[in-house]
Design a protein around this ligand. Structure first.
Ligand code: UN1
Length: 512
């Protein structure tokens, strides 16, 4: 339940103790979908628990939200960036105050452990401070001109109305990566959160409302991809689409955006590898692999779904890893004893179990632990999958090539460092990678030669920080980076300005 009762909840919900009904946020007001239709948001740890009902929105709701954002844009773009930043600072303060309640709601709607949802909320707080600080910088360049008495500089311009489509695995962190830099740069936005995690984005948007953000600058419309996301992408007023999700959907969005001449930034799948060399600290590598593979039940774009291990240490590493994996406690993420929560929904459950079956049969990999749904006792009504480790996996096996997005990892043997690098780069994705080694030369060669947007040394593939660029190469992205100063390149256009104060016509490049 939200901390405060709001006009977004139906009065009948309060009387009957029905789960609350939430609303879209358009032009600073809370309103149901025009059709009045809703969908239920279930707790994946116990599907009998309905978190709330959310508007099942369609093109007409998107139209209203985009119109509100377009109306707010001309004023908002002229608010000085340091003033725009003040709202973001205030949102950061509200998130700090409400961190615990937000994180509990997030665990309830998407399953990951409370420690992790606190981390998710913290990532949005970090992003608030980082981006708001930029309000007093947002530097361009001043430079020399080749002509006398002429001044040259470049500044960032906003783009207009941005359409943001966000995933369920980082329900507040990823929306914060998009909304904060977008509005700091002077854009207005419409966000369509994943249908599995609308409550987290509702809470995030409530923070903007409480911070006093002018109506129409941030708008939220909930619903499904096909009916609410798709009209947002193709809407003629939307100048930029920023999407995080599957490579399959991202490619469709990229084509639609290209067709309509929109800017488009994509953050998609990964097949991230940890390389464990023969000189690695094995204890540390195992600990990193457990966190990288099974943190967030493997539902991170950065999850370590491949462990490429040197033949000299593979036996010992495997033994240690499997022992640790077997000891992980599955359960409700609100329970402090839980290490691994459920996967997010029925579709994910089936998808992950489908890949486990492929690993066993088609890939002929050795199932070392896990490999099944767990539905005993308290887990009977949730989407729990035992942490799964496959051994002896061939580099070209399906489970070593395709993104699974669940608590499943594949140990792939390698001969030496060169072989490990070949295997690591032999996939269609390139988000995150890591190497465990004591050899500084190898570490630098790995950093130089890995085909990935992020590379860790002696740390797992997860744990990116907001002030550095986040994103990947190959099938993972389309050349953009979120986080870091690079995020501002997504949400602004460069404008170059020349001022000639010579009082006569001067011609660049033309000799006189
Ligand atoms: C994602 O998996 O989509 O680096 C984002 C990490 C987190 C962000 C992950 N800070 O794992």
């Amino acid at each position: 339940m939200p901390a405060k009762q709001t006009s977004s909840q139906s009065p009948s919900a309060k009387k009957n103790h029905r789960p609350p009904t939430y609303a879209n946020y358009i032009n600073g007001e809370w309103a149901p979908s025009k059709s009045g239709e809703t969908f239920a948001n279930h707790n994946p740890a116990d599907t009998r628990d309905i978190v709330g009902y959310f508007p099942r929105s369609a093109a007409e709701d998107i139209d209203a939200a985009v119109a509100a954002a377009a109306e707010a844009y001309p004023k908002w773009r002229l608010v000085p960036a340091p003033k725009r930043a003040e709202y973001i600072f205030r949102v950061g303060e509200i998130l700090i105050r409400d961190k615990e309640a937000i994180s509990r709601d997030m665990t309830r709607e998407m399953g990951k452990t409370l420690k992790e949802t606190r981390g998710d909320t913290q990532e949005a707080i970090d992003m608030a401070y980082f981006v708001a600080g930029e309000g007093r910088r947002l530097y361009g360049q001043t430079t020399t001109s080749e002509l006398a008495d002429k001044f040259a500089m470049s500044v960032r311009d906003p783009i207009g109305v941005c359409g943001l489509i966000t995933p369920w695995n980082f329900p507040i962190a990823i929306p914060s990566w998009k909304i904060f830099p977008a509005i700091l740069c002077g854009n207005t936005v419409v966000i369509k959160p994943a249908e599995d995690t609308p409550l987290s984005v509702y809470r995030f948007v409530k923070a903007f409302e409480e911070a006093g953000l002018p109506p129409g600058v941030v708008n939220m419309v909930t619903g499904y991809g096909e009916t609410a996301g798709a009209p947002l992408v193709v809407h003629p007023t939307i100048r930029l689409v920023s999407f995080t999700g599957s490579t399959q959907v991202g490619r469709i969005i990229a084509m639609q955006a290209a067709d309509k001449g929109k800017k488009c930034s994509l953050e998609m799948g990964g097949k991230n590898a940890i390389l464990v060399m023969e000189d690695a600290n094995l204890e540390l590598a195992v600990e990193g692999a457990i966190w990288g593979a099974f943190g967030t039940a493997g539902q991170r774009c950065t999850a370590a779904s491949r462990l490429i291990v040197h033949k000299k240490v593979i036996k010992k590493f495997t033994q240690m890893l499997v022992e640790r994996a077997k000891g992980l406690r599955l359960g409700n993420g609100l329970d402090a004893a839980t290490d691994v929560g459920p996967v997010v929904n029925q579709e994910q459950l089936e998808r992950v179990l489908g890949y486990i079956e492929i690993g066993r049969s088609r890939d002929k990999a050795k199932l070392l632990c896990g490999g099944e749904r767990v539905a005993d006792g308290d887990l009977a009504h949730g989407y729990f999958i035992a942490p799964t480790v496959f051994g002896d996996v061939a580099p070209n096996a399906t489970i070593a090539q395709e993104e699974i997005f669940g608590p499943v990892t594949a140990i792939i043997p390698c001969q030496d460092f060169e072989d490990a690098m070949r295997i690591a780069n032999g996939v269609g994705y390139g988000l995150s990678a890591s190497i465990y080694t004591g050899d500084v030369n190898r570490a630098f060669r790995a950093m130089r030669d890995i085909e990935a947007g992020i590379c860790y040394v002696n740390a797992p593939t997860i744990g990116a920080e907001v002030h550095l660029p986040f994103g990947g190469v190959k099938g993972t992205g389309n050349g953009h980076r979120e986080g870091g100063l690079q995020a501002f390149d997504i949400f602004s256009e460069w404008k170059t300005l020349y001022v000639d104060f010579s009082g006569r016509l001067q011609k660049a490049q033309i000799a006189d």
